[in-house]
Write a protein that binds this ligand. Structure first.
Ligand code: FES
Length: 239
């Protein structure tokens, strides 16, 4: 590693440094600067879809997603401002209004990243009319359930299944507001011929959209930290 690959920048007034291939989010986390995220998860590729990690960069007119923006020499970045807070609150409100996220009757109540972010950002009501479409619940799998009503389409399940398990069971069908997670080109999950029943998709899901059978309200605790552990062990084995 040469010194030329080390870049210095400023985040929230703090002088920090990172490697040229690192994202703003990675460098911020390495320096204990918290940026809210939903679609991003350590161990998976970044796709920059939730837009919660938007930050302000001096010299640019629009906020940029920290999880997919590489650091540059001399960057000046703001991660917390009134504008960004308003922006993030609006995203959370839109997610809550899009489907049915009634926390009180959700298996992931108190263990849900969407709920935690809403609390952190002070979202105690939604300003938009709720759409609440009646979406299906797929309970055809022996051990797991997919409740589309709780899904925020972060695609963590799609990525973990493809990138870590290598099964490629999950994908997205439809477009825009009609998008749905789908197994094996729209088969009931229990009839999937590719699913290995590893349960990784369930563990990385940030909400109660994917959960284990037999869990009741607030009982579905996810084990997300196991993913980076799994990835680093695999990388070590391949070396
Ligand atoms: Fe960056 Fe979702 S965490 S866009």
């Amino acid at each position: 590693m040469t010194a030329a690959q080390i870049l210095t920048l400023t985040i929230d007034g703090k002088h920090v440094s990172g490697l040229a291939h690192e994202t703003l989010l990675q460098v911020a986390l390495e320096n204990d600067i918290a940026i809210p995220t939903l679609c991003c998860l350590e161990g998976l590729s970044n796709q920059g879809s939730c837009r919660l990690c938007m930050v302000e960069i001096a010299g640019t007119t629009k906020p940029q997603p920290a999880c997919v923006t590489l650091i540059q020499e001399g960057m000046v970045v703001i991660t917390q401002s009134e504008n960004l807070r308003t922006y993030r609150r609006t995203i959370i409100e839109l997610l809550f209004s899009e489907r049915n996220h009634i926390c009180a009757v959700c298996v992931a109540n108190e263990h849900c990243e969407l709920q935690t972010l809403a609390r952190d950002l002070g979202v105690d009501h939604i300003s938009f009319p709720g759409r609440y479409p009646a979406l299906p619940v797929d309970a055809s799998h022996d051990r797991f359930v997919l409740d589309h009503n709780r899904c925020i389409l972060c695609t963590r399940c799609v990525r973990v299944c493809a990138e870590i398990e290598g099964a490629h069971t999950w994908d997205i069908q439809g477009r825009g507001i009609r998008s749905l997670i789908t197994a094996d080109f729209n088969s009931p999950w229990g009839q999937s011929t590719t699913c290995t029943s590893c349960g990784k998709c369930v563990q990385v899901c940030p909400t109660g959209a994917l959960f284990e059978k037999g869990r009741s309200v607030a009982e579905m605790l996810k084990k997300r930290p196991s993913l980076p552990y799994l990835v680093s062990n695999r990388t070590r084995e391949q070396q």
